[in-house]
Ligand binder design. Structure first.
Ligand code: CA
Length: 244
């Protein structure tokens, strides 16, 4: 029999207090060759993560005790855990929550109820984004003014100070730096950064881009102003004249 476990080494932590959903997710991902650990609370999640960093976390928002939002806020605030990809789960009616979650640093969102196929596709897309950013880079370093991005080590330095970015923010900044001065539409960014295909008229996905740009700008401080909004079209990174 042929083995097709291309993702055998990848470990996924599932944080979900509803046993049926946790079991369904674990079943689907195990079938795809992932190693899956499930925990029921945010506290257990943090314990597991600090014992061994997973390749990806599936994090329910509504958890007893420490909420999903609190868990992701802690992860993003610690350089040891800030770059772990996080896929958040939310209930259907929480559209605004979805946007808030992105502000907290989730890489993607899945609304309950979701299909097993959708789950697997999203997980693979998030992991692919992270791997592409690292592996295909060949040790390249991108520069734009005082910004340096080392694609192999996945580090961004601003005037020599390391910035803590999520995997998605990293990819977004990479896309802007690789096309310095050129405008990219939100749809192009969704394809390049999120690996979404023809996401043209989905308003939520378009807002996803805006939310991530806003977060990235605030992390870049003064330099964040160089990410220009091109009204009705998209974004570009422009280095002001006189800056080397
Ligand atoms: Ca829950």
């Amino acid at each position: 029999m042929q083995q097709s476990n291309t993702s055998a080494a990848q470990r996924i932590l599932v944080v979900e207090d509803e046993p049926d959903i946790a079991a369904l997710i674990a079943y689907q991902l195990t079938r795809e060759g992932f190693r899956v650990e499930t925990v029921e609370s945010g506290t257990d999640a943090l314990g597991s993560i600090y014992r061994s960093i997973p390749n990806l976390i599936i994090l329910d928002r509504m958890l007893p005790g420490l909420s999903g939002d609190e868990v992701i806020t802690r992860l993003r605030g610690d350089s040891e855990t800030s770059s772990i990809p996080v896929l958040m789960l939310t209930a259907k009616r929480e559209q605004e929550d979805r946007i808030e979650g992105f502000e907290l640093g989730a890489d993607d969102y899945l609304t309950k109820p979701f299909s097993p196929r959708e789950l697997v596709l999203r997980v693979k897309a998030v992991l692919r984004r992270v791997q592409d950013a690292g592996a295909a880079s060949g040790g390249r370093v991108l520069r734009a003014g005082p910004l340096r991005m080392d694609l192999a080590s996945h580090r961004v330095l601003l005037e020599g100070r390391e910035l803590i970015l999520t995997p998605t923010e990293f990819r977004l900044l990479q896309s802007l730096m690789e096309r310095l001065g050129r405008t990219q539409s939100r749809t192009q960014l969704l394809e390049r950064v999120w690996s979404y295909e023809s996401a043209i008229s989905d308003r939520i996905q378009t807002r996803t881009v805006d939310m991530h740009v806003r977060r990235l700008r605030s992390k870049l401080g003064r330099v964040g102003e160089w990410i220009e909004t091109v009204r009705g079209f998209g974004y570009r990174l422009m280095i002001p004249e006189g800056i080397e």
